[in-house]
Design a protein around this ligand. Structure first.
Ligand code: PBG
Length: 347
């Protein structure tokens, strides 16, 4: 009753102390003071779990802000090196690279060209910052003139024809210096196809992080602006998953593990905590979640309006992904989160 400032009748006081005597369990006991709260914390995160998505484009000395992703840029290769240096200084040593090519065609040939933009990015990052861990997003949508994630037959993406292309893309990224590949296309069987191709070429120790559980989501909107990868017609619902489904997430994850995926990713993150948890419990490999462009854009926009506290919301969203079961977190806020970890705001 400390601090209540109210005088109680003898009757009420009696009742309260009776209740207090019975009440041996007081969850609040573990909430007094930051030291104790940190001691009993259930979820801990550190900078080694963070991956930063980066966009590279042709040209020189280009750093172009992405309108729907304030604070995020498309970098020419020389500029992406400055960003990499900044990230490393902040303690973020993992990036996933997306290429924005100058030319697109029906079969996305820029994606597996050894002088393609993403390959140039890998070579530069690799030689300047060997300590940086480089992940390649393996997909075709940024490179195809129609913006779909595979090879078209009529008006539909043809699964089996696409597999061979994806395997070639993965191999070309690894040959350019990627340490890990992350297929995000959602074709059936692509993990197996990529594994085989990498193994045949002596890359049996290169891990695959599969975007196994990837939903057809409006949360990717700003990314498609950033990469100019919106489909020219139709949508991605015949390959990306229906967001009404949970069990199907487990099915996809199990299949990819069987095909040789080393890490399973769930995407988006923020609205899919239940799926992250299900997948965490279904498989024994590390789980990644991707806090996608729309999640970042929503926080940025609301913060700009002065309606929310950007840093606290960003931290809560990140911790929620780890609490749900993620081991790895891909986020446009990687550098800022690293700062919050340094300052002890989360961790
Ligand atoms: C490529 C790809 C996409 C994203 C990651 N890889 C776009 C899409 O599937 O449309 C989305 C990332 C984001 O929104 O931040 N297929």
């Amino acid at each position: 009753m400390r601090g209540s400032g109210l005088r109680k009748s003898a009757y009420t006081q009696g009742k309260e102390s009776e209740l207090a005597m019975e009440m041996t369990k007081r969850p609040r006991r573990l909430r007094y003071g930051e030291t104790l709260r940190k001691m009993v914390r259930e979820t801990r995160i550190d900078k080694s779990s963070l991956v930063y998505p980066m966009f590279v484009m042709e040209g020189e000395n280009v750093k172009e802000e992405i309108p729907s992703l304030e604070g995020q840029y498309r970098y020419s290769v020389d500029q992406c090196l400055y960003k990499a240096e900044e990230l490393l200084k902040a303690g973020v040593d993992k990036v996933i690279l997306f290429g924005i090519p100058d030319h697109k065609d029906e079969v996305g040939s820029g994606a597996y060209d050894e002088n393609g933009i993403v390959q140039k990015g890998f070579r530069a990052l690799c030689s300047h910052f060997p300590e940086m861990y480089l992940i390649g997003d393996v997909c075709m949508c940024e490179y195809t003139s129609h913006g779909h994630c595979g090879i078209l037959k009529e008006k539909e993406v043809d699964n089996d024809t696409t597999l061979d292309y994806l395997a070639r893309i993965a191999l070309s990224q690894v040959e350019a210096g990627a340490d890990m590949v992350a297929p995000s296309d959602m074709m059936d069987g692509r993990v197996g196809a990529i594994r085989r191709k990498l193994d045949e070429n002596g890359h049996e120790t290169t891990p695959i992080m599969s975007y196994a559980v990837k939903y057809a989501s409006a949360f990717y909107g700003p990314f498609r602006d950033a990469a100019g990868s919106a489909p020219a017609f139709g949508d991605r619902k015949s390959y990306q998953m229906d967001f009404h489904n949970r069990r199907e997430g487990v099915k996809e994850a199990l299949l990819d593990v069987e095909e040789g995926a080393d890490i399973i990713m769930v995407k988006p993150a923020m609205a899919f905590g239940d799926v992250i948890r299900d997948v965490r419990e279904a498989v024994n490999v590390p789980i990644a979640s991707y806090s996608v462009s729309g999640e970042y854009a929503m926080i940025k926009a609301a913060a700009k309006m002065g309606w929310i506290d950007e840093e606290r919301i960003m931290c809560e969203a990140a911790v929620s992904a780890f609490r749900a079961g993620s081991d790895i977190y891909l986020t446009y806020y990687a550098q800022e989160l690293a700062g919050c970890i340094d300052r002890g705001i989360i961790g």
